[in-house]
Design a protein around this ligand. Structure first.
Ligand code: PGA
Length: 251
């Protein structure tokens, strides 16, 4: 099977609706589509309506979602509200876990709710620096995957992507080396093959991905994409990362 790359931009709490719309237009003009390449951006909720239908080359995702369909949950957004606006949803980003105290149980419920709504979750997992230094990286990742993916069944696996984002590498300028990333990706690949044999689940690397390191990261055997924060906020840097994928696809 040929390689496929998923290049995703997590905008976090940046960009107004007008800025988002302009960005998606400019980004679409900055790269050519190719078989095997998927490009998606994850704007804030307030931009989702504004980026609808701009260009099929740029897919759209949400950064978060609550798992109930409706009810008295002030400030939350439901799967039903997102269904017609996005294709993907980030689930369990480390900023949601660390700053907003989402536990593994919440992440699992959100993941199952995205699947139930027909959406495609991008499940984020990763270790802290003390966990890495204590040699507990793989245990942490295994624990997160076991609990966060509990209850996923059958054809649902085909809609899931996993993003490995070492927390110490997010927004710090300190990325995992391609070898460090590959080691964890291979481990994740093995666990997913046991859980969902026959499904080639995309595993993205995230954490200070930049044009300068994207080619080397994407060349690793088990890295099938990148989840980019800071460098996805400028068309120039994000399209340069997309070009790394295109280069490796021979496009
Ligand atoms: P970063 O963020 O690229 O700015 O490190 C990545 C992420 O949080 O998804």
């Amino acid at each position: 099977m040929g390689r496929e790359y998923f290049i995703a931009g997590n905008w976090k709490m940046f960009k107004t609706a007008a800025e988002s719309r302009r960005f998606v237009r400019d980004l679409a003009a900055a790269f050519t589509a190719a078989p095997g390449l998927t490009v998606a951006v994850f704007p804030p909720f307030t931009s989702l309506a504004a980026v609808q239908g701009l260009d099929p080359k740029v897919r759209i995702g949400a950064q978060n979602m609550f798992y109930e369909e409706k009810g008295a949950f002030t400030g939350e957004i439901s799967p039903l509200m997102l269904k017609d606006l996005v294709e993907y949803v980030l689930v369990g980003h480390s900023e949601r876990r660390e700053i907003f105290h989402e536990g593994d149980e919440d992440v699992n419920q959100k993941l199952l709710a995205t699947l139930k709504a027909g959406l495609k979750p991008v499940l984020c997992v990763g270790e802290t620096l003390p966990e890495r230094e204590a040699g507990r990286t793989l245990d942490k990742i295994r624990g997160q995957l076991e609990s966060n993916l509990a209850g996923v069944a059958g054809s649902q696996w085909a809609r899931i992507a996993v993003a490995y984002e070492p927390i110490w590498a997010i927004g710090t300028g300190r990325n995992a080396t391609p070898e460090q990333a590959q080691e964890v990706h291979r481990f994740i690949r093995g666990l997913l093959e046991d859980k969902a044999p026959g499904n080639r689940i995309q595993i993205l690397y995230g954490g200070s991905v930049k044009p300068e390191n994207s080619l080397e990261l994407l060349s690793q055997e088990d890295i099938s994409g990148v989840l980019v924060g800071g460098a996805s906020l400028k068309v120039e840097s994000f399209s340069a990362i997309i070009r790394s994928g295109l280069t490796l696809l021979g496009a």
